[in-house]
Design a protein around this ligand. Sequence first.
Ligand SMILES: [Mn+2]
Length: 372
Amino acid sequence: MCPFATASGLIIVKVRLVIILFSVFGREITKFTPTDRPMPLSDLSHRLSSKSHRLVITTHWNPDGDAVGSSLGLAHYLRGQGHSVQVVLPNAPSAPLQKTPGYASAFVMVHSEQRAAAERAIQEAEGLFSLDYNTASRVGEDLMPWVAEFEGFRVLVDHHQEPDGGYDFVYSQTSKSSTAEMVYDFIAQDGGALDASAADALMMGLITDTGSFRFSSVSPATLAAASALVEAGAEAHVIHERLFDAHSPSRLRLWGRALSSLELMAEGRAALVHLTAQDLVECGYEAGDTEGLVNQALSISGVLVSAFAREDAAAGIIKLSFRSKGDVDVNAFARAHWQGGGHIYAAGGKSDDTMADTLARLRSSLTELGAL
Ligand SMILES: [Mn+2]
């Protein structure tokens, strides 16, 4: 059970006690370990509480609900604590995510659209947060050097496997449902007030990364965080409408097209759907239209692994998404065959071959994976 089960005022005393325990523990750890060992976020609380800081929050390329939610949630919170905070997104998220409270504010910048301003914000920052990604290349080629060569203190909050080294403060835990849940943990132990905008953004991260609290990653701590976020003003039904009842006609056409391409392998344990560049053009593809599509085939009885291949003509690659359940590890699969990785049950990758060759290779590798 997470000790910071709720942000309600009634248990502030309890939270303060935990902070004291954390600090004592933190100091002892520091004494007996090498100096290059990254510090826990409880030490970050001490660092930040000394004065107002200039901070910048970054997240991964093609930011999803958890990336946007954790970044904006943390930004709202830290701004409320008196810090000067900028969020730098590598590129713009889908239209529904742009409706997150605070997205249109001056403190949110999209690097691919406002390069100079975003780079100046990073240059001027004392501290940089890396949220929801494990390695600097995940922010995309253009933003990567700004993250990798940042000279101030660096903070990682992430639930992906095998994060980069070189951070001053690290909260990395693959069992966590979402980065938003981890940002909530930080806020709960930091002890400050959570406003309705922060609560909304973090709840959105929880909802999107857990498939609305359906995935195996949902723990008592996840639900305790959700409970505290509702208390602080988050409304799950408003977030659901904003995200899931706001689709374009092109999205439904593309899903129809992709689902008609469904192929089953390994005696129905593996499923594959795909969209060619021509499909995308014919259906009027808009950014974000295929988000979540890969999950659909897992709804078929007996399917344990689902793959989605989408041609990206501009990049000259086939983009791949994988989802699984049971004992099927798509992180290992994506690493071994598809220049990618992720989590056990959700991973991505790519292929430099043609769509026809990629599909042929997917069919045989999925058959092998499904047979295990
Ligand atoms: Mn995430």
